[in-house]
Design a protein around this ligand. Sequence first.
Ligand code: ZN
Length: 453
Amino acid sequence: MPLHTSAADHIRDLGDYVSASPSSFHAAHEGARRLAEAGFTGLDELQPWDAGAGKFYVIRDGALIAWVTPAGAGPTTGFNILGAHTDSPSFKLKPKPTTGRFGWLQAGVEVYGGPLLNSWLDRELQLAGRLVMLDGTQHLTATGPLLRFPQLAIHLDRAVNEGLTLDKQQHMNPVFGLGDPDGEDLLGLLADRVSGSSDGQGGGAAGGTAPIDPEQIGGYDVVIADTQPPAVFGAKSEFFASGRLDNLSATHAGLAALIAHADAAGSTSGPEPAPIAVLAAFDHEEIGSASRSGACGPVLEDILVRISDGLGASVSQRRQAFAASFCVSADAGHAVHPNYAERHDPINRPVLNGGPLLKINANQRYATDAAGAALWARLCGEAGVPYQEFVSNNVMPCGSTIGPLTATRLGIRTVDVGVPLLSMHSARELCGVEDPHRLARVTALFFGTAAGL
Ligand code: ZN
């Protein structure tokens, strides 16, 4: 399927993707479902692969790696990789999660990553993630509206507007009902809302909807997600509000671009043969990426090595292929906030709908170097897409992304880019309606471009 021609259609599709992806596991499986629908083949890491030319994907826990190998690919063909992440800041269900007092039922949760705590107050929230049964089978589950972090009335805290302080243990225990916690079981609620089996590589939640036995749940990775649907708004409908734009805006752009690229496979804009186009959507970016499905782990290298083995590459030829490769690390970034302009660089002030960011940091918190910047400028120019440079104010600590991790692990040249946001890590973030579509357009062009730098 080609890319949507209008930004409005792309943003509607992004909203559908975010709504279908309340957890990283859902984001990986919904991505796989879309790829399978577009004719991609799911591969199982436990099996041998006969994966030469063609289009494929692999799910590893909450990570999704997908790629298109062109017919002419050989042992030294480079990889053009779009890196992104499937997870978002949230709260994760603790062991023995059913608690409460004074007639309230409450859920025990840990803080996952760096959410803006206040933004999660007074919302209808759901639990979502995966359940793993004692026999090893896995199920995706999402409850729909179930919980709330209720804010304290201003009458009981008259100074709240001078500074709200939230204790992560004392104040962040969401309510989910009334009753005696001894007679309730939150896991039973999760078992009732199972949407299908997430086993294997078949694209996820398409299985049966029969409830499962909560007694058979051996483990769970379950997070809290907002349930309010995304919305377009503003004087000229220029804004898009949604949860998890960091970083489903980039994962979705990569999916749309890879599916469009597969449609047009074979066409390349340079004299060199087409590269192998790869979408690498990692889990656990928000907590440091050190996991078997995170960017510090081996998942991308494992897959690239198996692709390259399938093309008959020697170790040295693989190194040659990596040297010819390029990674665009796409993650949400900051637009200038009109009420806090002093927190931003005084000169480089990206705005919503000004185009995707090129992220630069002298200390390599972003992997962009001059060669990466030049590739990004060239791609945006060819795609007819504006872009904006982001650099931090010198007294503000700079965030980071999977970009430097991928570059450090694999030695692949990397450039950091992303959609500009306000309210990053809020339960409901804000971007412009134009920028995600532009990121997808540049990415689709990148997938077909022999980097040649
Ligand atoms: Zn991010």
